[in-house]
Design a protein around this ligand. Structure first.
Ligand SMILES: [Zn+2]
Length: 148
């Protein structure tokens, strides 16, 4: 599979395909060492950018190393992630043409205070990389804070 890392309009660097990819194909594995969530939080406490991918019950994260960590978030993505056991694959959810940037919906869930603004440019962009469930949770928390 021909993948290429180069600068992206969405964020710093992105992962592009040089060959057509058919819907349903496993494009690349999200590889990297496995860390306990608490351990990873400690290591990356002061880093603005991390490439951690929560798996299983989310108590274990993959510390991304490899092409898959360069995939940017999009609210209208052409890929999704597929967990098979303790491995994570990037799966094409539509046919992708050569030269297209590969994206998936991060659906961030980590409830810290960090902003995660989205600039993917999709018409249906929700302006954040948090999942709809996490957005709802954060709105509830914000309302509670206002009442104080
Ligand atoms: Zn977006």
């Amino acid at each position: 599979m021909g993948l290429m890392i180069r600068s992206s309009a969405i964020h710093a660097a992105g992962c592009y395909t040089t060959a057509p990819i058919r819907k349903g194909v496993r494009v690349v594995e999200y590889t990297g060492p496995r860390l306990r969530k608490a351990e990873a939080d400690q290591i990356y406490e002061d880093s603005p950018i991390t490439y951690l991918f929560g798996i299983g019950s989310r108590s274990i994260v993959i510390d991304g190393h490899g092409a898959a960590m360069f995939l940017n978030h999009s609210c209208d993505p052409n890929c999704e992630t597929d967990e098979i056991g303790d491995r994570v694959w990037i799966l094409a959810i539509r046919n992708i043409a050569p030269g297209e940037e590969l994206t998936y919906d991060y659906n961030l869930y980590d409830g810290d205070e960090d902003e995660a603004d989205c600039n993917c440019g999709a018409p249906a962009c929700r302006k954040t990389m948090y999942s709809p469930a996490e957005i709802a949770r954060r709105e509830r928390v914000a309302k509670r804070k206002k009442k104080k």
